[in-house]
Design a binder for this molecule. Structure first.
Ligand code: NAD
Length: 441
């Protein structure tokens, strides 16, 4: 569901759309295995010492908690919650919390590592973390979700903290979830601690521009990528996969730069219009219809697979993982791929895109605008002073562009694609910090 305002989300329907969607399994590649393959290649190029390699592969802390909840009929149900801090060498750890029936410790560990690399790429002083509660929000009432959130937080009081570990929303959690975490943590601390979470409602100390930050960062990455390829934005054609927060805002902001959006999609289908899609109309439609773009009349209906292979200059996969695989990478026509989603391209597709000369701006760079503005939110909370939207957006642009430039320089230096360059940059930064700090004990 595309959202462009800072209104509180519809908390009574905690992300139900996610559960309506069939799993978009296209390939057998696992995004987390894909990430580890790239980590290994970067570590090899950096000649990382075996000790540091092992240290960076292992989370510094993994916590499992039991969350007993009294259900409406008086019975008790026990849920399992996780929080993994992959690394906190660069600063307090940062990462979202997801609620899903299949969350498990291994998944959370891998996602936490991903956050370490993302924060290092954009040069923000955070480590990486991730959390999860194994539950099915479809089968829970709002009151039960609130109880789970509060008990999970109470169990994590020794882990969370504005100077220790700072959660944010992820799959099936939202601004309301963050508000409950903030409240529970603050009650125990006997003072209000807005900096304990980011992605919270504006009125509780959230940041202006946070909701649009990931899409805005994708737009900056797209402009930088086009510039490297000599594509003028006002001559560019763009296809965007996924029309949720990241996809719809990326499409809107890239269109505002003069590019023509010729394809959009969501789980209900894809639309193609060579004359240019009216993105604002599509956003309005998706906000007022339960099934998002289903039934929209602004383009010719095509399949979700066809959208990925549309002849266009730029492709923005902003839906899910594993969408560009070794099965369809050969058919991609775009010259530039800007990864709004996490893990949309499998490791198997990387060499195919490379051999075709496609420039790929990888997820840990392209979609880092969200965590960057989360960092700004935390800074504002610590200052006790809110920035204007202009200041947030200006600093985001600066952070995204300088991260892109650092990655680009690394890519030239090591003669590797931007993805590998991002990993090299991130791992090198964390490893150098570790060598300087040394090992205590
Ligand atoms: P969202 O739930 O708001 O939107 C996801 C969109 O993808 C929906 O429109 C859905 O219908 C569509 N979709 C799902 N499967 C699809 C398919 N097979 N084909 C076409 N469309 C499909 O989620 P979001 O917050 O926009 O996140 C999208 C991606 O971006 C995820 O990978 C997420 O991890 C990543 N991401 C999000 C943020 C953020 O700040 N929201 C930050 C970094 C990365």
């Amino acid at each position: 569901m595309a959202t462009t305002t800072n209104d509180l989300p519809k908390t009574a329907t905690i992300a139900p759309s996610i559960y309506k969607e069939p799993a978009p399994i296209v390939d057998k590649d696992n995004p987390l295995e894909s990430m580890m393959q790239r980590f290994d290649r970067a570590a090899e190029i950096l000649h990382l010492e075996p000790g540091i390699y092992n240290y960076l592969k292992t989370p510094v802390k993994s916590v499992i908690v039991s969350i007993p909840i009294q259900m409406d009929d008086g019975s008790m149900q026990v849920f399992e919650g996780y929080r993994v801090i992959h690394n906190d060498i660069l600063g307090p750890s940062k990462g979202g919390i997801r609620y899903a029936p299949d969350v498990n410790l291994d998944e959370v560990k891998a996602l936490a590592a991903w956050m370490t690399w993302k924060c290092a790429v954009v040069d923000i002083p955070f480590g990486g973390a991730k959390g999860g509660v194994r539950c099915d929000p479809r089968k829970l009432t709002m009151q039960q979700i609130e109880k789970i959130t509060r008990r999970y937080t109470a169990n994590m009081l020794d882990v969370f903290g504005p100077d220790r570990d700072i959660p944010a929303p992820d799959v099936n959690t939202n601004e309301q979830t963050m508000a409950w975490i903030l409240d529970t943590y603050s009650m125990h601390m006997r003072r209000t601690e807005p900096g304990v979470v980011t992605g919270k409602p504006l009125v509780l100390g959230g940041s202006k521009g946070r909701r649009e930050a990931t899409g805005r960062g994708v737009m900056h990455s797209a402009l930088r990528g086009m510039d490297k390829l000599g594509i003028k934005p006002n001559h560019a054609t763009v296809a965007v996969e996924g029309f949720g927060n990241v996809g719809s805002i990326s499409a809107q902001l890239i269109a505002a730069e003069g590019a023509k959006i010729i394809g959009i999609s969501d789980i209900s289908g894809a639309y193609h219009n060579d004359a240019g899609i009216d993105v604002d109309d599509a956003i309005h439609y998706s906000e007022t219809h339960e099934f998002l773009l289903d039934g929209w009349k602004g383009g010719e209906k095509i399949t979700n697979e066809q959208l990925l292979t549309l002849p266009c200059d730029v492709l923005v996969p902003a839906a899910r993982e594993d969408r560009i695989t070794k099965r369809n990478a050969h058919n991609i026509h775009a010259k530039l791929i800007v990864e709004g989603a996490n893990g949309p391209t499998t490791a198997g597709a990387d060499p195919i895109l490379e051999s075709k000369g496609v420039l790929v701006v990888p997820d840990i760079l392209a979609n880092a605008g969200g965590v960057t503005v989360s960092y700004f939110e935390w800074v504002q909370n610590r200052m006790g002073y809110g920035w204007t939207l202009e200041v947030v957006n200006e600093r985001l642009e600066e952070a995204m562009n300088s991260a892109f430039d650092r990655v680009h320089e690394t890519s030239l230096k090591h003669k590797v694609p931007l993805r590998l360059a991002s990993y090299i940059l991130a791992i090198d930064k964390v490893a150098r910090t570790l060598r300087l700090r040394g090992i205590y004990g």
